[in-house]
Design a protein around this ligand. Structure first.
Ligand code: ARG
Length: 451
């Protein structure tokens, strides 16, 4: 095991099993970049407070900058013998600048380091996810809608035929969900305040305002804070010990995953022989080892399945936090895997779905066949009677009876003789109502939806 940040008080070596068990470097190395940025800001603060000379500060900053450049260029490899990424970067710095590195830990603790780095990671990951992945999927959906502007399809409630709708409106519903997802993530991210200066729990001898100015400067300089203005936290006990920002982020990601899962489910259903609304491109399907004819929508099924993983991540952090006494407890180390995992899953789902949607083909003829089902126009028939001064409830009952008669006697409403139709209501004029069994007429009669 590499050098620890806390060896002085101990005369015994840590049991190797405990070392392995307590380590987090295998996953928290993802925080390397943000840990270094925090350290650079911290060096400046120490210099301002005359705890480091200008020369010392410059030397430390130069080394930290070169570590940062390596990380950003993919040349950084954490040594997994260290307890966590914060320990490793401290040890790495010491190997380069010698004992001067020991001054860096003045007025800080891993407890505030870890929150600082995780918060920066969240802010960065939110921007990346929105700009690359969510917007990418939105573009695919918009592209699909513009290729299929005129398609009308049966809309469903309870997965039963309800009323005809435009495919663009259907796709528009998913666009709305994704746009709300973006706003939700931005709002959560905006509210994440920054934590340097909390120390282990009780604050540090350095005035908080000094931290804030420097931290903001560096966050902007390193391209993480350009989107959000970062404010300081104001209670160090709260700062080191809450993880509500992680819970909020995973919760917002779970909502994204839930939306994607519903879209996946719709496409799975639509691609069945029974529906046959869409053709999913072969590149996004897999086969069966036994049944040669199969073309299965496995990618979509996994998108549906992974929603469960996201909810699990959320519940795991919520449960981990619920009984912890203030302030920091090591349990909190377990917040990171669910957080990183949630971003990774949602980001892959968005990428896969964007590609799948780009290549999706609608089977217009088949969809048209489904639109021949008269029940889709029953509500329009109710509105027709309401227009002829029959109260809605009464009109609803009349059409209900008409539909039942049609089903029981196996005769379409549009094929019923006028005399029969009049038995249900003398307001019905056959040549008028036959025009209602038309998807375009039905869709056009709805004025409330904004397109
Ligand atoms: N790896 C730890 C974490 O992620 C760092 C904090 C350790 N602090 C402590 N007091 N043991 O939570």
């Amino acid at each position: 095991m590499a050098k620890k940040l806390w060896g002085g008080r101990f005369s015994k070596k840590t049991d190797p099993l405990v070392e392995e068990f307590t380590k987090s470097i295998q996953y928290d190395q993802k925080l390397a970049e943000y840990d270094v940025i925090g350290s650079i800001a911290h060096v400046d603060i120490l210099e301002k407070c005359v705890l480091l000379t200008r020369k010392e500060a410059n030397k430390l900053k130069k080394e930290l900058m070169s570590i940062l450049i390596n990380i950003r260029n993919g040349l950084f490899k954490a040594d997994l013998k260290n307890e966590d990424i914060h320990t490793y970067i401290q040890n790495l710095l010491q190997s380069k600048v010698g004992d001067l590195a020991l001054k860096l830990h003045m007025a800080r603790s891993r407890n505030d380091q870890v929150v600082f780095a995780t918060k920066l990671y969240c802010k960065w990951a939110v921007v990346e996810l929105i700009n690359k992945e969510i917007k990418g999927l939105l573009d695919s959906i918009v592209g699909l809608a513009s290729k299929n502007k005129n398609i009308i399809m049966p809309g469903f409630t309870h997965l039963q035929h309800a009323q005809p709708v435009l495919l663009v409106d259907y796709l528009g519903a998913y666009q709305k969900m994704l746009r709300r997802d973006i706003l939700r993530l931005i709002n959560i991210s905006k509210d994440i305040k920054i934590t340097l200066g909390s120390g282990a729990l009780a604050g540090s001898p350095i005035e908080a305002v000094k931290y804030n100015v420097k931290v903001n400067e560096y966050i902007k300089q390193f391209g993480i804070g350009d989107v959000f203005n970062i404010e300081p936290t104001s209670n160090s006990l709260d700062s080191v010990s809450d993880r509500d920002f992680i819970i909020e982020i995973i919760s917002a990601l779970s909502i994204v995953a839930m939306h994607l899962s519903r879209l996946a489910e719709d496409l799975i259903i639509w691609s069945t022989k029974e529906f046959d609304f869409v053709e999913i491109d072969e590149a996004f399907c897999t086969g069966s080892s036994l049944m040669p004819q199969k073309k299965n929508p496995d990618a979509l099924e996994l998108i549906r399945g992974y929603a469960g993983r996201l909810y699990g991540n959320l519940v795991s952090v919520l449960t981990m936090m619920k009984g912890l006494p203030l302030t920091y407890n090591r349990d909190m180390q377990l917040d990171k895997e669910p957080l990183f995992n949630s971003f990774e899953i949602v980001s892959s789902e968005l990428k896969v779905l964007a590609g799948l949607i780009k290549t999706l083909k609608f089977n217009e003829e088949k969809i048209k066949e489904h639109l021949e089902d008269e029940s889709l126009y029953a509500t329009d028939l109710v509105y027709y009677l309401v227009d002829r001064k029959i109260p809605f409830k009464e009109a609803h009952t009349i059409v209900g009876k008409l539909v039942k008669y049609s089903l029981d006697n196996d005769i379409l409403i549009k094929n019923m003789p006028e005399s029969l139709l009049k038995r249900f209501s003398n307001k019905i004029v056959k040549k008028e109502i036959v025009k209602l069994f038309d998807p375009l007429v039905s869709v056009k009669s709805k004025k409330s939806i904004k397109r």
